[in-house]
Design a protein around this ligand. Structure first.
Ligand SMILES: NC(=O)C1=CN([C@@H]2O[C@H](COP(=O)(O)OP(=O)(O)OC[C@H]3O[C@@H](n4cnc5c(N)ncnc54)[C@H](OP(=O)(O)O)[C@@H]3O)[C@@H](O)[C@H]2O)C=CC1
Ligand SMILES: O=C([O-])C1=[NH+]CCC1
Length: 352
């Protein structure tokens, strides 16, 4: 067997390699890959079954998320050494194993709700190439998925993009990654925060205030709110990132043209928003295979996959409420795993 080098990438290493534009670029391709049914089209393609769950009583679950992602560029055309040429294409074979144990944050000492690793394989030989700690990467890729979905589904209908207000409902790990990713890549005049435990949204406000000078709007106003209603008022874009099994956002809280990225999961993956929102909105999803399994009880109009929008196979509404119902999918992990591994190896080969 050919010898090969195996690496384990820990969070401190991954933090140094983080670039939101590159992450959004590979996430967009992950979306495209699941909607592209024509391998010869020159677009990314993928193979990804619905993920499997092993439940540990009521305590938690182990999720197994394998995927193959073909014909992706980990660098955008503009960021490669020869920007005039097409970005080099590669592929990624990966499996994320991740546990979710809802009581972990309240343990002493506290532990994350989700704990995972991405296993990255050589796509020619099948050898294990790398393992990457996946708590940080799951935060990044879930936020990037919401950012790409917002760009595709919502921003085309907004004429003036200079006065946007962002609301974050649930300022845990995911809420924090979403606030940071959106502020790094889009201009907001205000970022509004609400969390069940208020101290946690105050802490995030402090972090975001420090980040603001390096965000798209150094003068952004960051505010903490006492109720989900107060937080959602006047928001253009909302992120719900809680483990609530009962609705916390209702239609009466919302502006007419709002876009919601609903990423949290309680007993079901669609419990954070009230039925009166689902009765009226257009829902976009990450992948049909997952939605058939995990959104079977959702009563709403599912328009299509975000990748179908990128490929112009589905049209987005020109007004009204839109929801990106994010389940999270294995190709997102395969994409971000390959991006970070490639960047790490490139630096290693340059002798850094
Ligand atoms: N779609 C996707 O791709 C992904 C989805 N997720 C899901 O996102 C959610 C958040 O994950 P993460 O940020 O890592 O977890 P954290 O434990 O860091 O945060 C959980 C958040 O949920 C809040 N919360 C929990 N229960 C309730 C409730 N009953 N009412 C209101 N708020 C509540 C917590 O508030 P408090 O601080 O008061 O406890 C906290 O803000 C989880 O459901 C997770 O499964 C995670 C990864 C990927
Ligand atoms: O996609 C993902 O990694 C997860 N979705 C819910 C918990 C973890």
């Amino acid at each position: 067997m050919a010898s090969h080098r195996f690496v384990h990438l820990v969070e401190s290493e991954l933090i140094k390699l983080t670039n939101w534009k590159e992450i959004n670029h590979v996430l967009e391709q992950a979306f495209v890959s699941v909607s592209n049914k024509d391998k010869s089209s020159g677009q990314p393609y993928s193979s990804q079954p619905a993920r499997s769950f092993v439940h540990v009583g009521d305590a938690g679950a182990l999720l197994c998320m394998p995927a193959f992602l073909g014909n992706i560029s980990v660098k955008s055309d503009s960021s490669q050494s020869n920007p005039a040429g097409p970005a080099a294409r590669t592929s990624s074979l990966a499996c994320k194993l991740i546990t979710s144990f809802k009581d972990n944050p309240s343990r002493n000492p506290s532990l994350p709700d989700i704990i995972g690793n991405i296993f990255l394989f050589d796509e020619t030989t099948g050898q294990l190439q790398a393992t990457l700690e996946a708590n940080y990467l799951t935060g990044l890729r879930t936020a990037a998925a919401s950012i790409v979905a917002t760009e595709q589904v919502f921003l085309p209908r907004i004429a003036d993009k200079s006065k946007l207000v962002l609301g974050i409902i649930g300022t845990g790990v995911q809420g924090e990654f979403h606030a940071m990713g959106f502020m790094k890549t889009h201009k907001f005049v205000q970022v509004k925060l609400w969390n069940r435990t208020k101290a946690r949204s105050e802490q995030l406000k402090t972090k975001l205030t420090q980040l603001a000078p390096n965000s798209c709007n150094p003068d952004v106003n960051i505010s903490v709110h006492d109720s989900p209603e107060e937080c959602c008022t006047n928001c253009d874009i909302i992120v719900t990132a809680t483990s609530s099994s009962v609705p916390i956002v209702f239609k009466r809280f919302l502006k007419q043209n709002v876009h919601i990225n609903a990423i949290g999961s309680g007993l079901q993956h669609h419990t954070e928003l009230a039925q009166d929102i689902y009765d009226e909105c257009s829902v976009f999803i990450d992948y049909w295979n997952g939605a058939k399994a995990e959104l079977a009880t959702l009563k709403s109009t599912i328009v299509g996959e975000v990748g179908e929008v990128v490929l112009k196979q589905k049209v987005v509404p020109s007004s009204g409420i839109t929801v990106f119902q994010s389940l999270g999918m294995a190709v997102e992990d395969a994409a971000i795993g390959k991006l970070f591994y490639s960047k790490y190896m490139e630096q290693l080969n340059k002798g850094h």
